[in-house]
Design a protein around this ligand. Structure first.
Ligand code: HEC
Length: 461
């Protein structure tokens, strides 16, 4: 279990059988729809004490509490009641919890998935439609969230404290001004190659709202004592949780290396919780959990995280216009795609990942994110037993689309021409993929294992 699920207590509320689960199947696309259908179908009483408190405690309080990043607290009935209609709307539209990943399209088994189930959503919308009653607690008390400290590492529950913590050099970020870039170097201090188990980039304290992204590249010292490029260590963009590498693969952290940071800061901050004040001594930290020494000998394949570009030409989005980009990437060996994280800014609305199989001419949809928001860059980690396999010569087809009209709720100004660039007001078009590089034997073995697992399930039924 990922630690981002540790705020969901072990005991999930018994699934509430209220006889309107059919709503979820139809898909709740709008508040109005949710409201009217629930009113007409629902017959059972839904209360805060019996049904809703546990869902909110497990899924919302991590951010909506004192000192959390959410704009209001949702830790008890008195706090929640005034927000009930807005909660119903945000939940029915799948805007909260903030994890835009389309239902019913492609792979749905993700590690650290924040999405509510259809039943949880209809429980909340029905409760609000019934007037959001508190109900009777009897001799029960309000559920208490099992929360990590907001300054704690996201994987602390699972893996303890990181083996290595690398700080960027501190920098002051003014309250107002243009985008800033900060590019310090930090030594890793390793004298042998190691394999990374998990990694998290963490802007310290109130720096969260001003760090738009923080890339970290590795450089390794060569025989002449000079640093050479090695590759990406990790990537961070606002809202990202972290990366966990699947068992049995090695994402190498090389000996005699240093990190070259590329931190993009946005004075004043972006989003509802932006502080709008000067932030002194802003530090970004990388926490790295390493596998024990010698793991590299056991790990048969290497994994890497790379940026995959999408545009073949220039990206230009006219005022009140739209645009779409597409990128093709293939390999001369089989691979497994372990995670997918699209990247864009305020005009990007959606992204998708597909695999084209030249041998059959078939294209398979793997993932789609239709309600993109630049405040939440999730690295979607596929469960290892379903992570997509790409045969030699198979093609990754990555698409992103952009909306510079007034219909895009994130658009600050539809009258602007938007071109490619790294400022927040510009656009970008790439995706980050963690890929395990297999060989033919390894690929066939994984296929055989998956086939065997499928047979076992069939036999068990
Ligand atoms: C990972 C952090 C996080 C989680 C989890 C989360 N929220 Fe939020 N929520 C935010 C942030 C940040 C905002 C303000 C920015 C925005 O609206 O996107 C917000 C905004 C909201 C708003 C709109 C407030 C307004 O004034 O417009 C509502 C309603 C809301 N959340 C309800 C919920 C509910 C209900 C859940 C659980 C089902 C939840 N949130 C889970 C972070 C979170």
């Amino acid at each position: 279990m990922l630690s981002r699920q540790s705020w969901k207590t072990q005991q999930r509320p018994g699934k509430v059988a209220l006889g309107f689960a059919v709503l979820g199947v139809l898909g709740l696309s709008s508040y109005a729809q949710a409201q009217s259908s629930s009113l007409s179908i629902d017959s059972e009483r839904v209360t805060y004490a019996d049904h809703v408190a546990q869902i909110i405690t497990d899924n919302c309080v991590v951010c909506h509490r004192e000192g959390g990043i959410g704009p209001m607290q949702l830790t008890n009935f008195e706090q929640i009641r005034p927000w009930a209609p807005l909660i119903s709307m945000r939940v029915a539209n799948r805007e909260m919890p903030p994890y835009a990943y389309d239902q019913h399209i492609g792979i749905q088994d993700l590690q650290g998935d924040w999405r509510l189930s259809d039943e949880e959503i209809s429980t909340i919308t029905n409760w609000v439609a019934q007037g959001a009653p508190e109900g009777d607690w009897g001799d029960r008390s309000h559920p208490v969230a099992n929360l990590p400290n907001p300054d704690e590492w996201n994987f602390a529950d699972q893996f303890g404290q990181p083996t290595l913590v690398l700080d960027s050099a501190p920098i002051d970020v003014p309250a107002l001004g243009n985008d800033m870039w900060h590019r310090p170097y930090v030594q890793t201090g390793l004298n042998q190659d190691r394999c990374i188990k998990a990694i998290q980039v963490k802007p310290a304290g109130n720096a969260k709202a001003v760090v738009h992204h923080a890339n970290s590249d590795l450089e390794v010292m060569n025989a002449d004592g000079e640093y050479e490029d090695y590759g990406q260590l990790t990537e961070y963009a606002m809202g990202k949780w972290g990366e966990i590498m699947p068992d049995g693969v090695c994402r190498v952290l090389p000996a005699n290396s240093r990190v070259r940071w590329d931190i993009h800061l946005f004075p004043g901050g972006v989003g509802a919780t932006a502080p709008g004040t000067m932030i002194e001594d802003n530090v970004v930290e990388i926490g790295i959990w390493l596998h024990p020494e010698g793991y590299a000998d056991k790990a048969r394949f290497k994994q890497d995280l790379k940026l995959y570009r999408l545009n073949q030409g220039e990206l230009v989005i006219p005022p009140h216009g739209t645009a779409m980009t597409q990128g093709f990437h293939s390999f001369d060996h089989p691979v497994r795609v372990d995670s997918f994280q699209p990247h864009g800014h305020l005009r990007m609305r959606a992204a998708s990942l597909e695999i084209f199989y030249p041998a059959t001419g078939r294209t398979e949809q793997i993932s789609q994110i239709s309600n993109w928001s630049a405040t939440w860059h999730h690295s979607h980690l596929y469960e290892p037993d379903v992570a997509p396999l790409v045969p030699t010569g198979g093609v990754l087809v990555i698409k992103q689309w952009y909306d510079n009209t007034a219909n895009n709720p994130n658009n600050p100004d539809p009258d602007f021409w938007v071109v490619e660039g790294s400022r927040t007001a510009d656009e970008m078009t790439h995706a980050w993929l963690a890929v395990t590089h297999l060989d033919e034997d390894g690929y066939q073995e994984i296929l055989a294992q998956r086939e065997e697992a499928k047979q076992r399930t069939v036999a068990a039924e």
